[in-house]
Design a binder for this molecule. Structure first.
Ligand code: 16G
Length: 247
C-alpha cells in the first residue's frame, strides 16, 4: 500500500482549499485516527510530491506548518516523523507512569543505575537533610510505547523506602505504598542542548533541544522526599499551565 493510499488522496472534487492545506488536513486526520503513529517516519519530500502529484514546494510548505504546530518533527539527516508529543499539565502532581497510562500509552523504564548513598552538600540544601543522611539514587530511561521520552535522575530520602528494590515501573507507586508519596512539589524548567550522555541514552543527536525539569517533592508534613532531574526530549512534551487573573 502506498503512503497516499494509507492517508487518503487529495482529490476531493469539492475541495477548494490550497493543496498544501489539503495535504495538512490528510496528515492531521491520519495522526488523529492513528493511521500514523508517534515516531512513524514520513516518506521523503520528493516521494510525497510524486505520490500526491504536487510540487515539492507545496509538500515543504505543508510539512513546515505541521512542524510548527508540533504535530511533526524533523530530525537532522533522518527525515520527518510524527511527533510523539504529550501534553503535560504543570498544575498536577502526577507520575510519568500515570501520565502515560492516561494517554493510552504504555510506560516502561530501563534502569541506568540504582543504589544507596549519602546526601551531597548540594542535595542536603535542596532536600533540607543534614549532611551524611542516607539516600537512594535512581537513574532511568523512561519510554512510552517503546519510544524513549526522558532520562531521569532521582534522589529519594532513604527514610521513604525500605530499599531500592521495591521500585518497579513506578517510583510514586512505591512511595505511595509506604505513605511517602509527595503531595506538593516545586518545579523548575530550563531549555537545554543535550550533551553526549543524555543524547546517547535518548537516541537523539547531540545538541538536540531538550527540557530539563527539576522537581522537588514534599510530604504533607513539609519534609522534602524527592529531587528529580528529568531530561525530556524537546519534541516529546508540551508543558501546559492554566493561569488565572488576579482578582
Ligand atoms: C515524573 C516526575 C518525576 C517523578 C516521576 C515518577 C516530572 C517533570 N517529573 O517524571 O519527578 O519522579 O514522574 O514517575 O513530571 P514514576 O512513578 O512513573 O516512576
Amino acid at each position: 500500500m502506498t503512503f497516499a493510499e494509507r492517508i487518503g488522496r487529495l482529490d476531493a472534487a469539492d475541495d477548494h482549499a490550497p493543496l498544501y492545506r489539503q495535504l495538512q488536513r490528510a496528515l492531521r486526520e491520519a495522526i488523529q485516527k492513528k493511521v500514523l503513529a508517534p515516531d512513524d517516519a514520513l516518506p521523503a519530500e520528493r516521494d510525497l510530491a510524486e505520490e500526491f502529484s504536487i510540487s515539492r514546494i507545496t509538500v515543504r510548505k505543508a510539512l513546515d506548518g505541521l512542524v510548527s504546530e508540533g504535530l511533526l518533527t524533523r530530525r537532522q539527516g533522518a527525515g520527518t516523523f510524527v511527533a510523539a508529543r504529550v501534553e503535560k499539565s504543570f498544575s498536577k502532581l502526577t507520575s510519568f507512569t500515570e501520565d502515560m497510562i492516561s494517554r493510552g500509552r504504555v510506560p516502561r523504564s530501563e534502569w541506568i543505575s540504582r543504589g544507596e548513598g549519602r546526601v551531597t552538600p548540594e542535595e542536603s540544601l535542596t532536600l533540607g537533610l543534614s549532611p551524611g543522611t542516607p539516600v537512594y539514587r535512581f537513574a532511568r530511561i523512561r519510554f512510552a510505547d517503546g519510544a524513549p521520552m526522558a532520562v531521569e535522575y532521582t534522589t529519594i530520602a532513604a527514610f521513604a523506602l525500605p530499599s531500592t528494590e521495591v521500585v518497579g515501573t513506578s517510583l510514586y507507586e512505591a512511595l505511595d505504598a509506604t505513605g511517602h508519596r509527595p503531595v506538593r512539589a516545586l518545579q523548575r524548567l530550563r531549555a537545554v542542548l543535550f550533551q553526549a550522555e543524555q543524547a546517547d541514552l535518548l537516541g537523539v543527536p547531540v545538541k538536540d533541544a531538550g527540557l530539563l525539569i527539576e522537581r522537588r517533592g514534599f510530604l504533607k508534613d513539609g519534609r522534602a522526599v524527592e529531587v528529580t532531574q528529568s531530561y525530556y526530549r524537546g519534541d516529546a512534551y508540551d508543558f501546559v499551565a492554566e493561569l488565572n487573573a488576579l482578582s
